[in-house]
Design a protein around this ligand. Sequence first.
Ligand code: GTP
Ligand code: SPV
Ligand code: MN
Length: 597
Amino acid sequence: MQSLTSNVNVLKWIDEVVSMTKPSKVMWIDGSEEQLRMLREEACETGELKPLNQEKYPGCYYHRSRKDDVARMEDKTYICSKNKENAGPTNNWKSPEEAYKLGREIFENSMAGRTMYIIPYSMGPIGSAFAKIGFEVTDSIYVVLNMNIMTRIGQKVLDVLGDSNDFVRGLHGKCTLDIEKRYIFHFPEDNTIWSCNSAYGGNVLLGKKCFALRIASYQGWKEGWMAEHMLILGIENPKGEVKYVAAAFPSACGKTNLAMLIPPEIYKKKGYKVWTVGDDIAWLRIKEDGRLWAINPEAGFFGVAPGTSEKSNYNALATTKKDSIFTNVAYNLDDDTVWWEKMDNNPPENALDWQGNPWNGKTSKEKGAHPNSRFTAPAKNCPCISKEWESPEGVPISAIIFGGRRAKTAPLVYQSRSWQHGVFVGSTLASETTAAAAGKVGVVRRDPMAMLPFIGYHAGDYFGHWLEMGKKASNAPKIFHVNWFRTNDKGEFLWPGYGENFRVLEWIINRCENNVDADISPIGFIPKAEDISREGLDVSEEILNDLLTIDIESWSDDVVSIEEFYNKIGDRLPKELNEELNVLKENLNNYAETSFA
Ligand code: GTP
Ligand code: SPV
Ligand code: MN
């Protein structure tokens, strides 16, 4: 097939990849509906996709990946900087020579008998000054069809690229799906990504975590902007004014849910609304007004399916009803629809589970859907999508919110005292691990800025970059921390979460506008209980007070674990963060003394 570009940088690189992988056929993805239709048909013929009930789910398809290929694999993910030091203590490292050599051995002839698809894509609205271009070369139709939902693809991207050499070179091959030979290599200094032997989301949709976070965080450091694991949402007040916030929570900790939340009845009646700009990734730049402006570089949502219901996330569910792909959920054989845990109280009896085994949801003890099963859905389907979501300029951010899953310690919400203190709060973010990555679930780990698996360079330098950005932005956002996941002694969540989180957002916006006072605590500003509205909420004053309590003992334990973490970061840890740690220690000491006096 004829290439769609005369860009010699692109053609030379494609030639190299073709002579290494030796595909039987090469297909340039132009993004046309005709071509996509043909690929869907082929995937259905081979069984890679299954069409769903086209009346209930028009344009929707079902896919299963292998049992050992269902989540990001952090131990298979490498940052291959020339100098080992530059990958830092939080990343796996291989030298570029070794990684390319190993990759070449695996990729050699790997596409023999297969078709190679070349996907030109843009992260960010095509032609926006914020946007960046990448190519993903892959032997997977599933990847092509997902990239078509998650990014902007095709000829129009090539037209904007012209003859430029400024693009990310992404190579993905299913190879033999051998877990032992599975690698996700990032070469930040070469704008290159190689991913082999996986066919699962975050490992293979190279525009997402690989480019838009790992490579882009490195680019942002070099070029003076930021790539973050953040949702972006707009809060409209009854006067019609919209304020935007960006929130970083680790994987499977509630970004998609917060991004699309529906305010509680009493707020809806008053005229409050929430608008979604993005649910996973934000690219942020400082503009002339001294504010941070953010775009969502993606065009779709790759969301966690289990737990998504009419009640918990109406908007996400509605988004998936058209032109979406479902991966590793249960398949209802009676009407060719999908099901997952907590979708509703009516699981199908005649179904296949996520591994393709016969499954009866009414009697089986096994789960129908994998805990990390996902939907891939176009953002434009979302009923609450912001009218600014494709603005090439982005939206101005009033608040940055960090959050994690903490059964204890972290209160419902608190505000940092300054940008520098906010960077400390983000850098020490901790959360229980989830099914989004392979490995043990429920273990508390430090996940700085929710970016632990995604920082493409040395974490100490990354913290330094955050501090620099705050110095450069004369009108920087205020920084907050939230925790929807505090539990009682029985392990039950104290806070109802989901839509009710709007009450916390209201306090955050009020703080940004200087509309509400706060109490000073050792860890930062804490709401006065009466300033978190309980109108129409089934949470007692006692429980709300509980949620806002700072337990000195567990915070003192946290200080010990922060020290351990900072020691691991080593001598590239900015001294300002150690100063903040000392302030926290002193505050906790003084607080303990005054409380016991
Ligand atoms: P990634 O796509 O992996 O980055 O995840 P995410 O941060 O977008 O998380 P998501 O919104 O998909 O939520 C993950 C899980 O947390 C789902 O099972 C949700 O039902 C659950 N969840 C989200 N928000 C809340 C909340 O406010 N309270 C409680 N208890 N659970 C929540
Ligand atoms: C995450 O794990 O943070 C995700 C899903 O958003 S993945 O694309 O697999 O990274
Ligand atoms: Mn994510």
